[in-house]
Design a protein. Structure first.
Length: 406
């Protein structure tokens, strides 16, 4: 074919669009000489898809999958409605297009068992030949306001006093006890915001505690339908976990000692809770504190909310634990209330922390596509505007898959 180049350019350089906004762009195409074709079209497509395999009792793979569409519009840029071939002139040409994005579309998401993906595909259709195409992805953001979550500013506070058992379950094998206390500054966060935590471990067991994990856990649940002819037709569900280490210190708590750990960890660029507007993928988040002690570990699992618009108002800074198991108030120790978001902090966009994925699809033999792409999420840079009482928020990246077993 006599095409020198073809590309799609968006009016937003970052390729990020809010639901309900207008997406505008230009298809640029260059022909070496006059070329016979039917049409030049641009196809704006938003699709959700899930797909995974599972062994049944007979050790045969069952495939589960589902699809849904959020936008599926084709705009003709050149050519006749009759479908007859026309000759396109030689040279460089630009064809503008625009489309209104729906207000109920879900946020972009790329996962290991499914995705919500938005693309513009420019095609040249030809009589009796394969269509030539070029695909460009873009990100859609659906805002989720943390202030609409009723527990947004409530701190996460919990305590467990637990006996530590030895190899046997009988009383004679008890190895003492331990008390673990957890305090997180609030419950709702946005990417870029520090999660401020404090936990203490009072080790009254016979063991030295050498391992503590404090992680953020993403649970993505995918819905799909069996490919078996005799299936029930009911959806099946598969949950994929991803973990982020919030705490990275070496730990050693001797027998009959109590230690307190304080820190702050920056919430990475991740999709919001729920993934509203998508009926086949749902996302939720937890923070998990795991203290390993012989055969009786302690584990906290608490829900957190990830949004795109930060909370307003103030939250209480963590009060330190004392030896008599009472927490001092902020008035007792001179701590002030902290703003939940710096005033006037502008949002930006950051590439998803999970990195790029390959967008090539099975039927892409004649379509040029981005081979590496990652959606972007709303991100707020707290680092230059807020003091955290001497704490320096750590950068959070995905943890090894072994952390998903905690």
């Amino acid at each position: 074919m006599k095409i020198k180049s073809m590309q799609v350019e968006f009016d937003h350089q970052d390729r990020v669009y809010l639901v309900g906004s207008t997406l505008q762009g230009v298809v640029k195409v260059s022909f070496e000489k006059p070329t016979k074709l039917q049409t030049i079209v641009v196809h704006i497509k938003g699709k959700g898809k899930t797909n995974w395999d599972k062994d049944d009792l007979s050790h045969d793979d069952i495939n589960y999958s589902a699809k849904e569409y959020y936008i599926d519009e084709t705009i003709k840029l050149f050519g006749e409605d009759t479908g007859e071939s026309v000759k396109h002139p030689q040279g460089d040409f630009s064809y503008p297009f625009s489309v209104q994005l729906g207000a109920d579309m879900p946020c972009s998401y790329e996962g290991k068992r499914g995705y919500v993906r938005y693309c513009c595909e420019a095609f040249i259709t030809r009589p009796w030949k394969f269509n030539e195409g070029f695909r460009e992805p873009f990100t859609v953001i659906r805002h989720l306001d943390c202030n609409e979550y009723v527990d947004a500013l409530n701190p996460i506070v919990d305590s467990i006093d637990q006996k530590v058992e030895g190899l046997c379950c009988c009383k004679c094998s008890e190895e003492g006890s331990m008390t673990v206390k957890l305090h997180v500054n609030k419950t709702a966060f946005v990417p870029g915001e520090p999660l401020i935590y404090e936990f203490s471990v009072d080790n009254r067991s016979e063991n030295v505690i050498k391992h503590i994990d404090f992680i953020l856990r993403q649970n993505a649940t995918f819905a799909g339908y069996s490919d078996r002819i005799l299936s029930s037709g009911k959806p099946h569900f598969h949950t994929k976990k991803a973990s982020f280490k919030l705490f990275n210190e070496k730990v050693e708590i001797p027998v009959n000692q109590c230690k307190t750990f304080k820190g702050a960890a920056t919430i990475p660029a991740i999709p919001p809770t729920g993934l509203a507007g998508c009926n086949i993928i749902e996302i939720d988040y937890n923070v998990i504190l795991f203290v390993d002690n012989s055969f009786t570990p302690v584990k906290f699992k608490k829900e957190v909310f990830i949004g795109t618009i930060p909370t307003t108002g103030e939250y209480q800074t963590p009060a330190p634990y004392t030896t008599d198991d009472k927490a001092l108030s902020s008035n007792d120790i001179g701590l002030s209330l902290q703003p939940s978001a710096p005033q006037g902090l502008p949002p930006s966009y950051a590439e998803c922390v999970f990195g790029k994925v390959n967008l090539k699809e099975d039927d892409d033999k004649h379509t040029t596509s981005y081979t590496n792409w990652a959606p972007a999420y709303t991100y707020y840079d707290w680092s230059k505007t807020t003091n955290y009482g001497g704490l320096t928020p750590s950068t959070v990246t995905p943890a090894a898959d072994s952390y998903n077993n905690i």
